[in-house]
Structure formats: structure tokens, C-alpha cells
Write a protein of this length. Structure first.
Length: 209
């Protein structure tokens, strides 16, 4: 976990946290994470801001017309399907969870449009519980650093649950998302990377010649 420690020291103070993440409101974290699937981060931020001006809680989501909701979350990817799922979600939250977002991974995974990435993000960000949110950045970098050797983000999450000490669980997503966007992107910008990381990076060792 040496590379994670180095990165934590380098980025901790400067890590960018989104407005939604800062808010820590379970409803907003859940909805904006569902919207973020197959959607650029900037678009998710913009769409979420627009949406939460009109839809502040489960009752608002229940009452809004599906077409109006789809228009509000446009241009997020698959906005029509997401609007349909969000309407179903509102009904389930109202009927089965007293209008509240559940605070366990198992219950969150039963909700429409909620996969492991979303469920883990909600329990860590909104409820401050242990979870590991693995998106494509976390998956890619953990493989490059040979912390795991996996094919899918889901496999990465299960491997990390075995290997990663708990103190890193809540921080790894934000840390590697920031690093993955700016430096260790799909086409890595190794020339911009921190020297201490470059020296120990197994992937850089393979590609530098
Ligand atoms: Fe990623 Fe390159 Fe830095 Fe390794 S050296 S962490 S591959 S950017």
C-alpha cells in the first residue's frame, strides 16, 4: 500500500471533492450517483444542481412527471431510462423504506439502477460506513499498481475487500478518481506523475522503454 500512502500525502489537501459529496445528504448522493453512470463528471454536477432545485426529496421525486424528470436530467447518458428508474426508485423508497434511503449495502443493492459502485459510495459518503467504491479509475490504477489482478471493477472490489486495510476503504475512491482523471488516466501521463510514485510504479517499469 506504499503507493497509496505516497499519493495520500501528495493529494490529501488538494483532492477535489464534488459539491454533492460535500453535502453528504443520502438522497442527493444516491440520485446523483445513479445519474453519473455513463456520464461525464462535469455533466453529472451540472445536471444534479439543476435537478435538486426542483427535486429535494423522495416526495418530490414521486410527484414529478417522468417526462419532466427526463428533461431535467438531460444530457446525462441514458436519461430516459434513468428517469424511469428514478420514478420506480421513489415508489420503492416511499413504500418500503418510509421515504428514506437505506443505510446498508444489501438493501441499497435491491433498488432499481443501483449497482455495487453506487451502493458503496452511498454508504461511505452519506452514512460514513465502511465500503469500497470501485469505479473505472480505482479498477485501472489498482491493476497498474498490482494491488489486484482483475478483469472487472466488481472483481477489484472483492479483491480489495480482502487485501486493503480498512483505513483506506473510504478514501481510496476520491483519491484515485482525482489522480486518475488528472494523471494516471487511461492513457497515463507518466511525465506529469510524482517522482516518488514513478520510481515504484510497476506499470511505469513495464512501459518506460
Ligand atoms: Fe500511472 Fe504512470 Fe504514474 Fe504509474 S507512473 S502511476 S502508470 S501515471
Amino acid at each position: 500500500m506504499e503507493l497509496i500512502d505516497i499519493l495520500l500525502k501528495k493529494l490529501n489537501k488538494n483532492a477535489v471533492v464534488t459539491e454533492i459529496a460535500k453535502d453528504r445528504n443520502p438522497f442527493k448522493v444516491l440520485i446523483s450517483t445513479i445519474i453519473s453512470a455513463r456520464t461525464k463528471d462535469e455533466v453529472t454536477e451540472e445536471v444534479s444542481k439543476k435537478l435538486f432545485k426542483e427535486v429535494r426529496d423522495v416526495d418530490d421525486l414521486l410527484n414529478i412527471d417522468e417526462e419532466k424528470l427526463a428533461n431535467l436530467i438531460y444530457p446525462a447518458g441514458f436519461y430516459k431510462t434513468k428517469a424511469k428508474n428514478l420514478k420506480k426508485l421513489a415508489k420503492i423508497l416511499k413504500e418500503n423504506y418510509d421515504g428514506k434511503v437505506p443505510d446498508s449495502l444489501e438493501e441499497l443493492l435491491k433498488l432499481p439502477g443501483v449497482g455495487r459502485k453506487t451502493a458503496n459510495l452511498v454508504i461511505t459518503l452519506a452514512f460514513n460506513k465502511d465500503g469500497i467504491c470501485v469505479d473505472t479509475h480505482v479498477h485501472r490504477i489498482c491493476n497498474r499498481w498490482e494491488i489486484v489482478d482483475t478483469e472487472t471493477p466488481e472483481e477489484t472490489e472483492f479483491e480489495l475487500r480482502k487485501k486493503l486495510p480498512k483505513k483506506y476503504w473510504k478514501v481510496i475512491n476520491n483519491l484515485l478518481v482525482v489522480f486518475g482523471r488528472e494523471i494516471c488516466s487511461p492513457k497515463p501521463k507518466c511525465n506529469k506523475c510524482f517522482e516518488e510514485i514513478k520510481e515504484k510504479c510497476p506499470y511505469y517499469e513495464k512501459i518506460k522503454h
